[in-house]
Design a protein around this ligand. Structure first.
Ligand SMILES: Nc1ncnc2c1ncn2[C@@H]1O[C@H](COP(=O)(O)OP(=O)(O)OP(=O)(O)O)[C@@H](O)[C@H]1O
Ligand SMILES: [Mg+2]
Length: 509
């Protein structure tokens, strides 16, 4: 019988040891639909994607693709069934070129199976052109590319293989406005050709924009499937986190500059940067970050924001310019210096998979690394006190207590991010440098991160917060500095702080 379902998972269970990732979940997608899969961190979304990609086998339950029941033994079986995937933790090989990654195992071969390099380069160039990726060099090594570019190549690699069904697992978590629109165009083109999509994102706005229908998971079970038109955002959020969220963003405390003159205002800024130059990409950056302030940084990809944060953190040398903490000039030569001066280790690197966490260590060990030595008594590490503090930090981030001893590699992407965040909570500091901290984080936890930021500011801390999500910046920050080509081109606050104004300044118009 011909079915109108492209994907049909019925009552699927998948366990990892004691962890039940999927607990009798069902997931159905109509042919030609762009279907969202929503749920908290750890709900089972990526596990579903891996089952459909032939990377994992279900413990029980049935999987049908295009009306045919399948038993897949590897990714090739999924490809044969027409399924291609852009994975959340990308699968590109850093030591190979863009061309090699894009055409991997699809390379044109000649006599004795030798790959015809020139032909491969030509095919790659053609694809890059078709996919509006002409600024990417086919011969560039993937490991040298910025994260958003790698993300786009991961998506391109799936498109090149002519999918009937395209699974996109958090394709936008590393992308900002411009690149998200790039993806929107790809979705439109392929949709017109009848391709079916599964789209995973923690950003409701994108789900609204692209998706016709959606399924919500909670704790490894489906708790609802809807046409997008039939359900409100509030209802979606309620099903995702299992309770309602009164407000997506916590209230802003009045920004310091709007307060009557106070002691606080006479004090030196918590962090001041003047005329900072780094590596030719930060070009005379100035900033005044006051205690009590949540200060946003908005920028298109590659405007020097990453280098700037690394510079302020002491992880990168500053070529020129000065940084003051509480009015005292700083000579930053290493991360340790910045730690001592009260800038917290709250710098979360862009790619947690390779830089942010030691995946083979437990969550507890990861959290304790920057503060080790803080729990010593008579020269010995006070394990009990340390464990209590770490447990507290993990609980505050709503990470499951088993993160204390289980390796980070066994946690979902979003949960790894939360463990990385928990690290910062333990460091006594006056300034938090937060570089895209909500990447891949679910709505409930995002809200919690915003609450923590506002509480920290209210208690006299200062936060510098970069996000690729402009609505987030506008709704959480007291002030937003827009950075273009390594310099601030605007500082917006009060009524001028709107999404539209920020975006316009980001494009330097
Ligand atoms: N290889 C693994 N070993 C052990 N546990 C795992 C493994 N992969 C996933 N899990 C667990 O299965 C559950 C579901 O994880 P999954 O990656 O599917 O979540 P997710 O919905 O994609 O979350 P996120 O939004 O954070 O990406 C989590 O509790 C996770 O810790
Ligand atoms: Mg996931």
């Amino acid at each position: 019988m011909e079915t109108d379902l492209a994907l049909d998972l019925s009552n699927v269970t998948k366990r990892f040891g004691a962890t039940v990732a999927l607990d009798g979940a069902s997931f159905r997608v109509r042919r030609g639909a762009v279907h969202a899969l929503l749920g908290e961190n750890g709900a089972g979304k990526s596990t579903t994607v891996k089952l459909l990609s032939g990377l994992l086998k279900p413990d029980s339950g049935r999987i049908s693709i295009m009306g045919k029941e399948v038993q897949m033994h590897g990714p090739r079986d999924a490809h044969r069934a027409g399924v291609q995937t852009a994975f959340q933790e990308m699968t590109l090989v850093p030591d190979l070129t863009v061309a090699q990654n894009l055409l991997m195992s699809y390379e044109p071969t000649g006599w004795l199976g030798r790959i015809r390099r020139r032909e491969a380069q030509r095919m790659t160039a053609e694809w890059l052109e078709r996919l509006e990726l002409t600024d990417v060099q086919p011969g560039a090594f993937v490991g040298d590319l910025a994260l958003p570019v790698r993300q786009k190549i991961e998506i391109a690699k799936a498109i090149v293989r002519h999918p009937d069904v395209l699974l996109l697992d958090e394709p936008t978590s590393a992308l900002s406005g411009h690149d998200v629109e790039w993806l929107a165009r790809r979705i439109d083109e392929l949709k017109a050709r009848g391709v079916t999509f599964v789209f995973i994102s923690h950003r409701m706005q994108e789900v609204r924009e692209y998706c016709d229908s959606l399924t919500i998971y909670r704790n490894g079970k489906d708790v609802g499937a809807f046409d997008a038109a039939d359900i409100s955002d509030d209802e979606v959020i309620r099903l995702v986190i299992g309770r309602s969220l009164q407000a997506k963003y916590p209230p802003k405390e009045p920004a310091p500059e709007t307060l009557a003159p106070s002691v606080e205002n006479d004090r030196a800024p918590a962090l001041e940067a003047s005329g900072v130059h780094i590596d030719g990409v930060v070009n005379g950056f100035d900033l005044t970050l006051r205690a009590g302030e949540v200060h946003g940084i908005a920028a298109l990809q590659g405007m020097g924001q990453r280098e700037l944060f690394e510079g302020l953190f002491g992880a990168r040398l500053i070529d020129e310019g000065d940084i003051y903490i509480d009015g005292t000039k700083l000579t930053l030569t290493s991360t340790a210096d910045s730690l001592k001066s009260g800038v917290s280790t709250s710098f979360l690197p862009e790619d947690r998979k390779t830089e942010g966490l030691f995946l083979r260590l437990s969550g507890g060990d990861n959290v304790s690394l920057p503060t080790i030595g803080g729990y010593t008594r008579l020269g010995l590490i006070d394990r009990k006190r340390e464990r209590e503090a770490i447990g507290g930090a993990l609980a505050q981030m709503e990470v499951h207590p088993r993160a204390l001893y289980k390796p980070c590699s066994s946690f979902s992407g979003g949960n790894q991010q939360k463990i990385a965040m928990a690290k910062w909570l333990l460091t006594q500091s006056r300034v938090w440098l937060m570089f895209d901290p909500t990447r891949g984080i679910d709505v409930g936890t995002k809200h919690q991160i915003f609450v923590l930021m506002r509480e920290f500011a209210k208690a006299g801390g200062a936060v510098l917060f970069y996000s690729t999500d402009v609505p987030e910046l506008v709704n959480v920050c007291d002030r937003v500095s827009v950075v273009y080509r390594g310099r601030n081109v605007a500082a917006l606050s009060g009524d001028a702080l709107t999404e539209e104004n920020v975006m316009r300044k980001m494009l330097a118009t």
